[in-house]
Design a protein around this ligand. Structure first.
Ligand code: GTP
Ligand code: MG
Length: 178
């Protein structure tokens, strides 16, 4: 059995917990707590304070272990703990929230520094008003052509699966996964 550790990161509220909940075969281990800062509570009530953990069977003998990071930067101490031993990572971005794009770019660089492993950017919330398409997100994030930017709707299982398969195919190209 090959177990592949994948980290799901991205700015506050990008949809990381949702992404893992949608695809996981097991009940996700979450660490959501009520948001303490009133200005952030306008968007939602709870935030991840340590991690999400889920797993998904991709095919016989191949399981992805998904580790979601917190989005609030005060919990960033978890980043290097969660990234230990990762085989790849996903940077999830709320495509309708350009104010978070710079941070998404920073996270990509930060996790790249932890480990130079395959990564994909998921242009999430494609179903929401004002969501920019993947090509536009690529430009805004000034991404290298080698980084895949995939459309995503974290509430939709097939869509989440496509993102993970996109990452997996980059890993296959690297020859680590078979
Ligand atoms: N319409 C729509 N809503 C989404 C999508 N993905 C996530 N959401 C919603 O966006 C909100 C934030 O999602 P979370 O999964 O809590 O985001 P997060 O990245 O884990 O947030 P933090 O842990 O606080 O950083 C929730 O209400 C989700 O249901 C999507 O693709 N489409
Ligand atoms: Mg979360």
């Amino acid at each position: 059995m090959q177990q592949i550790k994948v980290v799901v990161t991205g700015p506050f509220g990008a949809g990381k917990t949702q992404f893992i909940n949608t695809i996981s075969d097991i009940d996700v281990v979450t660490t959501e707590r009520r948001i303490s800062m009133p200005e952030q509570r306008e968007t939602k009530e709870e935030t991840t304070v340590a991690m999400d953990f889920g797993r998904v069977s991709i095919k016989k003998d191949l399981v992805l272990e998904l580790y979601g990071t917190p989005g609030q930067r005060r919990f960033a101490f978890m980043f290097d703990i969660l990234s230990k031993g990762m085989w790849g990572f996903v940077v999830l971005v709320d495509s309708a929230d350009p104010a978070t794009f710079d941070e998404a770019r920073e996270l990509l660089e930060l996790f790249d520094n932890f480990a130079a492993v395959p990564r994909v950017v998921a242009a999430n919330k494609q179903d929401t008003k004002g969501a920019v398409p993947p090509a536009e997100l690529r430009k805004a994030l000034m991404l290298d052509p080698s980084v895949k930017v995939l459309p995503c709707k974290a509430t939709d299982k097939a869509s989440v699966r496509k993102v993970l398969l996109g990452l997996l195919s980059s890993m296959l190209e690297g020859g680590k996964v078979n």
